[in-house]
Write a protein that binds this ligand. Structure first.
Ligand code: ZN
Length: 154
């Protein structure tokens, strides 16, 4: 696929999530929440989750105001981690943050990564990377605050 077409596809995915975000809204009560603020762009995000019986992130949501990239990133994140075990979620977070901030352009398999691949496309706009990482750092913090990856498992 030509580079240009890939960029257009990524842009469509980002704009689609911004227009119709998944899992937007507060969870109350929640088992964990954290807020993030990106002063470079003015993005604000709050991330919430509830654990299921196995400690998995049974429900994940976000709220806040921000640019299309920050909102799309939060929306894509909720769909990517919802229902996953705490260990799986930690791996997804590490992967995405790693790919967004790695020095080398990462190889992203669109088929395997789905909408997450569009986030990695934000690498082309270095000034916007903090917009894309905001929700992920907030989720990481929310999990840490609630007792880490193991959570209240067992
Ligand atoms: Zn932004």
């Amino acid at each position: 696929m030509a580079d240009e077409h890939l960029s257009e596809l990524y842009q469509e995915i980002i704009l689609g999530h911004n227009r119709r975000p998944k899992n937007e809204g507060k969870l109350d009560p929640s088992d964990g929440m954290a807020e993030g603020y990106n002063p470079l762009c003015g993005d604000e995000v709050a991330v919430y989750f509830r654990r299921g019986g196995e400690g998995e992130l049974a429900e994940v949501s976000f709220s806040g105001e921000g640019c299309a990239i920050s909102r799309a990133s939060a929306s894509i994140m909720t769909t990517a981690v919802k229902g996953k075990s705490a260990d799986e979620v930690a791996a997804v977070i590490a992967n995405v943050l790693g790919m967004l901030t790695a020095k080398e352009e990462p190889e992203v398999e669109l088929a395997r990564w789905g909408d997450l691949a569009a986030l990695v496309g934000v690498r082309r706009f270095p000034a916007r990377i903090k917009c894309a990482t905001l929700a992920w750092h907030a989720l990481e913090e929310a999990i840490e605050k609630s007792g880490g990856a193991a959570g209240n498992r067992g």
